[in-house]
Design a protein around this ligand. Structure first.
Ligand code: GLC
Length: 446
């Protein structure tokens, strides 16, 4: 490593997240799970989900809506039992940026519009609908979800306190789709967890269901099956026990953003795809101004907030050539001339930021696993999905390495990590089918 990148890394020393620090973070995470479940506050919301593990035999045709970012999707999913799922069709829409801070009705009307297109194309007149709402919501029933303050840059006027299932139902009514009925609302983390369980149990009825679901994309969050407490949506992006590994760049980012406000989503702000590029941009701008390295401050990708896309981090990490030729090509396309030394420095900074994210994810896993099984005696399964997990080269290896450091090889080997790509719609359909079974049994469980 060059002298320059070594110093740049030294600046990010707090981002190293050494094993004892991660152990302390995991312990705090575990304690906050208990605190949240006991209703004693803390930064983990521990929201109820009103679903239970699937049998693997669920069947049916379900319309799904997946809304968790700038894009939303509607689709039709067929479950054939035996763990099999088929996405019959899916259509996406992109919300205009301005809509994120306006009234909620137009958003729901756009969503109902895509549902209508899917329903007409597939000649679906009446069907249950599963609504994946990937923002914090307090469920009161499987089909009633009261919105809490949003995340990922959304702040719809007057949304907090309202039932998002009822709002979607109203929009479907306005679109002439009253026979498509919202049967379940779920978080994307819960969909990932349930899909993994459905597939595993569908092929082997005795298979262990998934214990944890993780999404690591634009945002990040965990769901976990906490036994008697049921399957919970932790809203772990809001975990606040991250002070020990914050750099000055994280502190400034948290303070300067208005949505989510300072103090909210601190874990997410250091871990998820929406933020990693921004942390790197801030580091580059600061180093450029103070040291003369990376003299790129006037280019828009360095000057403008959120202009440095997190996907660039993945591309930079992927370049294994000696002179970092692809990094060079990327920088040139962004209007930046760089030296080979600078490119290596940039790569080291990006790697440090991604590695810290992976280690924080490992600490969150550990805190959750220890809550469920303090000595980690049993085998455990974690279902993961999301663009950062799938897109950053070697991310899973970084998380695994941290788990081995924290748990020792033998216990770490008992933790299976299953990548369930594109789990949201499929998992949501399973949740709706489980809800139908629960309804016909005339009972509901937490
Ligand atoms: C944000 C949302 C959460 C979601 C996660 C991943 O953290 O608050 O509900 O699960 O993003 O999409």
């Amino acid at each position: 490593m060059t002298a320059m990148s070594a110093s740049a890394e030294a600046l990010l020393a707090r981002a190293v997240a050494a094993a004892p620090t991660l152990q302390a973070i995991a312990k705090d995470f575990q304690a906050q799970i208990a605190q949240g479940l006991a209703g004693e506050g803390g930064s983990l919301k521990m929201l109820r989900t009103f679903t239970r593990q699937p049998s693997g035999r669920e069947r049916g045709r379900v319309v799904v809506v997946d809304w968790g970012g700038t894009k939303a999707r509607a689709g039709l999913v067929e479950l054939a039992g035996g763990g099999s799922v088929r996405i019959v069709t899916e259509e996406a829409l992109t919300f205009p940026e301005a809509m994120k801070r306006e009234a909620p009705e137009p958003v729901f009307d756009l969503i109902a519009g895509v549902v209508g297109r899917v329903a007409r194309a597939e000649r679906v007149d009446a069907a249950p609908l599963a609504f994946v709402y990937s923002y914090p919501a307090r469920l009161e029933r499987i089909d009633r979800a009261v919105a809490l303050a949003s995340t990922k840059g959304w702040r719809l006027q007057g949304l907090v306190g309202r039932d998002v299932a009822a709002m979607l139902t109203a929009a479907l009514g306005r679109a002439g789709l009253a026979r498509i009925a919202v049967a379940a609302v779920a978080n994307d983390t819960v969909a990932a967890l349930i899909l993994q369980s459905y597939r595993a149990r569908g092929s082997d009825a005795a298979a262990r269901p998934a214990d944890i679901g993780l999404i690591l994309g634009t945002g990040t969050n965990l769901a976990a099956d906490l036994g008697p407490a049921g399957i919970r949506n932790l809203e772990s992006g809001n975990f606040d026990g991250v002070g020990a590994v914050e750099t000055p760049y994280d502190v400034a980012l948290d303070r300067e953003l208005d949505e989510p406000p300072p103090g909210a989503q601190r874990f997410e702000k250091m871990v998820s795809g929406h933020y990693l590029g921004e942390i790197l941009r801030r580091a580059l701008a600061d180093l450029g101004a103070r040291t003369g390295w990376f003299p790129w401050g006037s280019t828009s990708v360095i000057a403008a907030p959120f202009a440095f896309d997190s996907a660039y981090l993945s591309r930079i990490a992927d370049d294994r050539t000696a002179a970092l030729d692809d990094v060079d090509a990327l920088l040139r396309s962004l209007g930046i001339e760089s030296t080979r030394q600078e490119r290596h420095g940039l790569r080291a900074l990006g790697a440090a930021i991604a590695r810290r994210a992976a280690r924080l994810v490992a600490a969150a896993f550990l805190g959750t696993l220890r809550f469920v099984d303090p000595r980690l005696d049993d085998r455990r399964t974690i279902a993961v999905d999301g663009s950062l997990w799938g897109g950053y080269p070697g991310f899973e290896g970084l998380v695994r390495a941290a788990l081995v450091e924290l748990l020792g090889r033998e216990r770490a080997d008992r933790v299976e990590i299953a990548f369930v790509k594109d789990s949201t719609s499929a998992g949501a359909a399973v949740i709706a089918a489980v809800a139908a079974a629960q309804r016909s049994e005339g009972c509901s469980s937490a």
